[in-house]
Design a binder for this molecule. Structure first.
Ligand SMILES: [Fe+2]
Length: 416
């Protein structure tokens, strides 16, 4: 056992209890950045539709680390650190735009679209004095380039040039689910949300590997029949346990909710009705048996396919106690006006203040606060004890959370 794993002892209950230091300890967080976000993982950075033309660029993040995503004159997509080779400043200041050169505002050192340092003002000094040494190595002072891969119009980056191909990284089940949304139809951007969540970044993954809460926390979801205990649903997971998808098939009405389920769900309001029921319409346009899937792609991406409202959520961690959520909402370029209206209207379900997005942020804050402020220092993920970890079709389960921690412990060198 290494010194590190000696210091961080997992409770005796194994995966069925998670220690609070997993979410609160700064050393654990630093190790996550190094081994996960800067390790052999594929991190979402952009949609190709955001940078459709040569010269287009956009700022993004890999874990907490700022990067620039560009499309160069050869139609290649480049991802490099947003860190000036001079004084480390985040030189690309504009969120997105089109340019031939990216120029640091501080001393105007300039970079081409592949991230090469190409210009240094007064490089030879002035009147024969000052400036840089003759043998100053421009390439050595260019920002670090990341490996890039794309699929279905989605761009991923990795610090590790030896990261496995995306398809094997995701595995067959997750790849098929990803392809149901990114099926080759060109995407059309609808807009952005950003919010900050005062909790550990992994809690967002857990929230989407936790079908149990969906039937209890989300009044809207339950009352209007999107996800009710008794609906056909599944909690999918890949072999590593790190990726997952919570999937459900929508009911036509809430008429068939069993009396037993109703009795357990305080959030269920039988006498509520929508004044604009069209918000819940589902146009079946996907090659999938599910009308709703929330896919968690390790470590920083959620693909939201909530009926016809589509979105990306990018997790940007900011230390153990906080993360930013960057949402990108989209449809397909071929949508007619009615479909575009439908997606935008249905988009009210989601976002930081969405009809069923809002409560998750609050719940994550409650969990983080609880861990920060009180003992015993570990808590239970014990539902569905008959399955240690993995995919399940049982709603009242935390087996997918346990699967994620089995994978996490291995990466972190904390497996017992
Ligand atoms: Fe939720």
């Amino acid at each position: 056992m290494t010194a590190f794993s000696n210091r961080y002892q997992w409770p005796d209950a194994g995966l069925f209890e998670i220690p609070d230091w997993v979410y609160t300890d700064p050393e654990i967080y630093d190790r996550e950045v190094e081994r996960i976000f800067h390790g052999p993982t594929w991190n979402y950075v952009a949609l190709e539709a955001e940078i459709p033309n040569p010269g287009d660029f956009q700022r993004s993040f890999v874990g907490p680390t700022p990067v620039v995503v560009t499309r160069d004159g050869e139609d290649e997509i480049n991802v490099f650190l947003n860190r000036c080779g001079h004084r480390a400043s985040e030189f690309c200041r504009e969120q997105r735009g089109n340019a031939k050169l990216l120029i640091c505002p501080y001393h105007q050192w300039s970079y081409d679209l592949k991230g090469n340092l190409v210009g240094v003002p007064f490089r030879r000094g002035l009147a024969g004095r000052g400036g840089l040494a003759r043998d100053f190595d421009m390439a050595a002072h260019s920002p670090r380039r990341l490996a890039v891969t794309r699929r279905g119009g989605v761009v991923f980056a990795s610090f590790d040039a030896d990261a496995p191909p995306l398809e094997s990284y995701l595995g067959p089940v997750m790849t098929a689910e990803f392809d149901a949304t990114f099926d080759g139809r060109p995407l059309e951007l609808h807009g952005y949300y950003r919010n900050t969540v005062p909790g550990n970044w992994k809690l967002y993954h857990e929230n989407l590997k936790d079908p149990y809460h969906a039937t209890l926390l989300h009044s809207f979801l339950v009352t209007f029949g999107l996800f009710v205990a008794g609906n056909r649903s599944a909690m999918l997971a890949d072999e590593s346990g790190l990726h997952g998808a919570i999937a459900s098939a929508k009911r036509a009405s809430t008429d068939h909710v069993s009396e037993e389920a109703k009795g357990e769900m305080r959030a269920f309001h039988e006498d509520f009705a929508l004044q604009a029921p069209e918000i819940m319409e589902f146009v079946d346009e996907f090659d999938s048996e599910w009308s709703v899937t929330m896919q968690t792609i390790w470590p920083n991406l959620i693909v939201q396919r909530e009926m016809n409202t589509l979105g990306i959520r990018q997790i940007v961690p900011r230390g153990p106690h906080e993360f930013a959520m960057h949402w990108t909402m989209f449809g397909y370029a071929g949508d007619d006006e009615a479909m575009r209206r439908h997606r935008l209207r249905q988009g009210n379900l989601m976002g930081p203040a969405g009809f069923l997005g809002m409560e998750d942020n609050e719940a994550i804050k409650f969990v983080q606060d609880g861990m920060k402020r009180s003992r015993p220092g570990h808590h239970a993920v014990a539902l569905e004890p008959e399955l240690e970890a993995g995919a399940t079709d049982c709603v009242i389960s935390e087996a997918a959370i346990r699967a994620m921690y089995r994978g996490w412990r291995e990466i972190m060198g904390l497996a017992s």
